[in-house]
Structures are given as C-alpha cells and as structure tokens.
Write a protein that binds this ligand. Sequence first.
Ligand SMILES: [Zn+2]
Length: 249
Amino acid sequence: MQTTAMGLVLKETKLGEADRIITMLTDRFGLIRASARGSRNLKNKLFSSTGMFCYSEFSLFTQKGNYYVDEAALQKNFFGLRNSVEALGVAAYIAELVVVLEPHRPEEIQELLRLSLNSLYLLSEGKADPRLVKAVFELRAVAEAGYRPDLVACADCSRFEDKKGFFFDNKNGRIFCEKCAAFHCHDVDTPLSVVTAMRHSIYADLKKVFSFTLSEDALRIFTRTTEDYVLHQLETPLKTLDFLRTVLN
Ligand SMILES: [Zn+2]
C-alpha cells in the first residue's frame, strides 16, 4: 500500500553498503521505522532528504507493518545545527527523548512534532540559548506525554505566589510553599522565577513557549530541575545526556 506522511528523522542506523533504517516522528503514524534503500549513496535521490534531523514529505510503501521510503521531498534540514556543538548536542538529546517518549495519541504526536521542529529551528538558527531550549523542551515534552507536574499552587495550602519561591518535589511533580515544605519531603529549593519559567514551559501556547529569559543563576537551577524531573519520571538512562553535560558545562 502507498501512503504519504510528513516526518522528522530522529535516528539513523546504517545497514549494508548504502542503506539506512530511519526512525522518524510522522504527523500521521507517530513514531515509525522505515527502510531507505541506497540512501547513503551520494548520488541517490534520498541522500539529502532522509538523514538525521531532515524534515521531509515522505512517500512510503507499507507492507505487513514495515515501511519503505520511495520518495522524500526535503522541507527543512536544520543544517545550522552543525555550526554549534551545544546546539547539536541538545538536538541529539531531543531526538532521543522523542524516541523514548514514543507518542501515540494524535494530539500528543502533533504537539511533540511541532515542539521538536520549533526547538530545532531555534537551535539551528542560533536564536535561543541551547540550555533554555533543552529545559523547555524536556519539561513540555514529558508533560504532554503524561508526566505533567502540577505547578499551579502549593500542593498543601494552595498558595499561588511566594516571594521566597517554592520547593519542588520532583518525585511527585508538586510544589510546596516554604511553610508547608517543612511538613513534606522536599529536596529542591526553587526560586519563584524558576517556578514561573516551569509554569510557562508547561502551560504557554507553543508559539510563545520559548519566549522568555532568565538570569544565569536561575537558568542553571531551571535546567537542573527539569533534567532531574525527566530522569526521575522516565527512569531510563539517556545516552545523549552524558555527552551533553560535558559540552554545556
Ligand atoms: Zn503551602
């Protein structure tokens, strides 16, 4: 059967002399693996449209649950990622996270695809701090995938704002004001600016989700907090994170 889909390539595995097996997030089928025969050959028509981070319109042949790429028309290749080791590191992390999260619901697929494309665009064009893109992406992505923390107000007394900030309980995805935190298990002290950034990452419209800045100190706490939360919730080691930590520090 022939079909078409827009797809973002998130992983490529070399096979044989010139083939690739690509894993991509598609708008219509979610995460799929597809065989792109001959695509590692420079002269092959699929060479420049099926590589890592390519966003292309794919014509696919599908049989018994397997996908084969017939044609791929490149829409974006985010080539600018290659200009910055930090940007490339964050992009690789984003790709791994999407594969691990493996979205299934149609809204979740659309949201994650848009979020990934927006993130890769900002990284590729150097329009945002890679650390900020990483933190916003990971928090929003896991929230969409069913691990949404409740950051609206203190989980105990419902206080919405506290100048002193909150304590973030990353195991249970809750916040506590200073007064209530004394009665609960807590391990992360989170300034109000960081709680505000976390709230924005989860609740803001996708178009505006990356539009804010933080002081250097707050950014450091923000990135550490979101990363700890993701690792706690997923309970899966992420291979790209070790490399990323060395380039971002
Ligand atoms: Zn409270």
